[in-house]
Design a protein around this ligand. Structure first.
Ligand code: ADP
Ligand code: 5GP
Length: 206
């Protein structure tokens, strides 16, 4: 069992003031990269090793893929319900991606951070940019594919998106990859184990 010492880790500016009576706040980690690059796969492995990491569950207007569970993979909502969440200021960030709306419910994330947890947001580029404005010290990580060809292979092999959705995702992938240098760390997901180790280093050691 890996033991993580909290003392020397970076704080990303989310820690409370240093007074000894003030409780420590948690950390916000943004995890971005083109659809199909392996973000979900990496996060599943990471959370098996570090179950104390919290993963924010987003709201989306996208239809569930086979096997996806409401409230676990996403909160699947109608466009009207999503727009109401936006109007009520309930989202930390939100964006349109490949024809669907995606957003991070604010209340749960803030609650987790206030309770001292480390919270991961797996979100696309526009949302990551919004979080950079509101939480400038959040750790921002970007996952790159070894090549665009391999990215397309992975999306197709996953076998859960229709052809038009795949085309929109690949088009968007180019824009996202061009913005990778905006992020604090870039991780190439070629060999999964190597990428996982780089991810662990970025979160716990760098
Ligand atoms: P994302 O969450 O970024 O959309 P997924 O985690 O769903 O991507 O991964 C897309 C597909 O790529 C899945 O079928 C997954 O098993 C596969 N995959 C992920 N990482 C690797 C890797 N390092 N090498 C080969 N295939 C991978
Ligand atoms: P997918 O449909 O493949 O699950 O997700 C498509 C894209 O939406 C991915 O890049 C994913 O990271 C992103 N995404 C998921 N949830 C959110 C969210 O809450 N906000 C934003 N901005 N993007 C999200």
């Amino acid at each position: 069992m890996t033991v993580i010492s909290p003392a020397p880790l970076p704080t990303f500016g989310l820690d409370a003031a240093p007074e000894s009576t003030t409780p420590r706040l948690g950390r916000l980690i943004v995890f971005t990269g083109p659809s199909g690059v392996g973000k979900g796969t990496l996060l599943r492995s990471l959370r098996q090793r570090y179950p104390m990491l919290r993963l924010s569950v987003s709201a989306t207007t996208r239809a569930p893929r086979p096997g996806e569970v409401d409230g676990q993979d996403y909160f699947f909502v109608s466009r009207e319900a999503f727009q109401e969440m936006v109007a009520q200021g309930e989202l930390l960030e939100w964006a349109e991606f490949a024809g669907n709306l995606y957003g991070t419910p604010k209340r749960e994330v803030l609650k987790q951070i206030e309770a001292g947890h480390w919270v991961i947001l797996e979100i696309e580029l526009e949302g990551a940019r919004q979080v950079r404005e509101t939480f400038p010290n959040a750790l921002q990580l970007f996952v790159l594919p070894p090549s665009l060809e391999e990215l397309e292979n992975r999306i197709r092999l996953r076998g859960k998106d229709a052809d038009d959705a795949i085309a929109r995702r690949l088009q968007r992938a180019r824009v996202e990859i061009d913005a990778a240098s905006e992020f604090d760390r870039q991780i190439v997901n070629d060999d999964l184990e190597v990428a996982l180790e780089q991810l662990e280093n970025a979160i716990f050691r760098d």
